[in-house]
Design a binder for this molecule. Structure first.
Ligand code: 1AL
Ligand code: ZN
Ligand code: ZN
Length: 467
């Protein structure tokens, strides 16, 4: 017998790990999923508990697990003019995201010590509409801080193999990495890499005579070799460690076979766990945009690694569907408009898009014959697994948080400034028509977004231990 504070969410298109069916999600009074029911079971339950269960019937709207975006730069404190916790999580909620995971850099201070994490958490407290997890950062000489950060509950660590774009977050070299791996050994944590690296012999031709407003000039400055060099280095370090590694924002499809080799090398070493501890993500912009179509002087398309050509984009989709890439995220990295100047070499590198990840993915996925279950797989379960959150987030299963969305897969909308809830409205998707409208978002069973409106106060949780 269900208790009176239970809610039953019904849908003709209920999306679980095992596919799409007609049924319901029973949520207990603590906002946790009690059970997944067939339509018949749901109807029987309602008869048995006449009038005591609150029913939320979505009809033919799809009912999915909330999206988990494990790659968001919130930038607060320190660069709060670029983005902040309120605006980033409101945008997330409007986009069907129920958990974001904040990147350790661009905020000042960066999340590289326990004290700095406390400062960041103090900024987030009371200002988050969705749940928020945190990445820590690995920089030269902070190895002694890593275990404290793990204990505090960071989901993992990001490091750079090339300059990060901000002075407070220097990149690391092989010696720093060995120390970081030693510090993380046995913790279960993951080290995520911004995998671009110059190597000796990389030809860097002079830009003096080039058109700096042309996207191609920027693209040429960061060739696929930079990604290949970085992934080769990471692969060469794997025999020295059992720590999980993850490649963030894969742009060049050419690195994927190398990643498969890296996975194979660990498979032979009997390294257990998800994907043998070698995972990789790509981003919505690499799957939705191609360099041939980027207009001159529009640096809102600039990010690192760069968006490459259409053929590369198609290859990324192929690898994703072959299960060689594990998840898709936004890498939302906004800034103020003045930093997005027409000079593509000088402009800030980072794309603003957290609100539109789900419809961007769906818009392209539909044309490739994918189903709603791919949203759950790549946008919810994949990121939750990466962050060690799979027991709380990422799918519709008993025992997980009731983070749910009602989604209209057939409806379309146009991205307008009025709809954008990011602090800064510059985005490559302005004016674009996208397929898939998020109608309602629930966080632990509580409505936080409905048909264009944020509902209630920011009551998201920080996914941290007591710090
Ligand atoms: N400092 C940044 O925000 N960098 C980010 N910038 C991008 N992706 O363009 C990133 O994740 O590397
Ligand atoms: Zn990066
Ligand atoms: Zn990033």
């Amino acid at each position: 017998m269900a208790s009176s504070d239970c809610q039953l969410f019904l849908s003709r298109r209920l999306v679980t790990e095992s596919g799409v069916s007609d049924g319901g999600v029973l949520v207990n009074g603590s906002g946790v999923i009690d059970s997944i029911l067939t339509r018949d079971e749901a109807e029987r339950l309602l008869v048995q508990n006449a009038g005591t269960i609150k029913v939320v019937d979505g009809g033919s709207l799809a009912l999915l697990a909330g999206v988990v975006d494990s790659h968001v730069h919130v930038n607060e404190p320190g660069r709060t003019a670029w983005e902040g916790f309120r605006t980033a999580t409101a945008a997330a909620a409007a986009g069907g995201i129920t958990t974001i995971v904040d990147m350790p850099l661009n905020s000042i201070p960066p999340t590289t010590t326990l004290e700095n994490l406390r400062i960041k958490a103090a900024s987030a407290k009371g200002n988050i509409y969705t749940d928020v997890g945190f990445w820590g950062g690995v920089i030269p000489e902070n190895q002694d801080s890593l275990r404290d950060l793990v204990k505090a509950g960071v989901v993992g660590f990001k490091c750079f193999l090339c300059p990060s774009g901000v002075d407070e977050f220097p990149n690391v070299g092989p010696e720093d990495l060995i120390k970081a791996f030693q510090a993380l050994e046995g913790t279960g944590s993951v080290l995520a890499f911004h995998a671009e690296m110059d190597c000796e012999g990389t030809v860097t031709s002079s830009n003096a005579t080039k058109d700096l407003a042309e996207y191609a000039t920027y693209l040429e400055s960061r060739p696929p070799d930079m990604e290949l060099n970085a992934v080769s280095l990471i692969k060469s370090l794997l025999p020295k460690t059992n720590v999980r590694v993850h490649i963030v924002h894969v742009s060049s499809a050419a690195v994927v076979p190398l990643l498969e080799d890296a996975r194979d090398s660990r498979r032979q070493g009997c390294h257990g766990g998800w994907r043998h501890g070698v995972t990789a993500e790509t981003c919505h912009h690499y799957l939705s945009l191609s360099s041939e179509h980027i207009p001159r002087g529009h640096s809102e398309f600039k990010c690192a690694p760069p968006i490459r050509d259409n053929q590369n984009k198609e290859k990324l989709w192929q690898y994703l569907l072959e299960d060689k890439l594990d998840l898709v995220v936004s890498d939302h990295s906004p800034c103020t408009p003045d930093l997005k100047c027409a000079n593509n070499l000088e402009a800030w590198g980072g794309i603003s898009s957290v609100q539109f990840g789900l419809p961007l993915f769906w818009t392209s996925a539909v044309t490739r014959g994918l189903g709603l279950e791919h949203i759950t797989r790549f946008l919810s379960m994949g990121p939750a697994n990466l962050c060690g959150l799979q027991h709380r987030k990422g799918s519709l299963k008993p025992g997980l948080d009731a983070d749910l969305i009602f989604f209209d897969p057939e409806a379309t909308f146009v991205v307008t400034v009025e709809k954008i809830r990011h602090k800064n409205k510059l985005t490559p998707y302005l004016g674009k028509e996208l397929r898939g409208v998020v109608k309602k978002t629930y966080l632990r069973g509580r409505l936080i977004y409905s048909e264009g409106d944020i509902i209630g106060d920011p009551k998201g949780n920080m996914l941290l231990n007591n710090i």
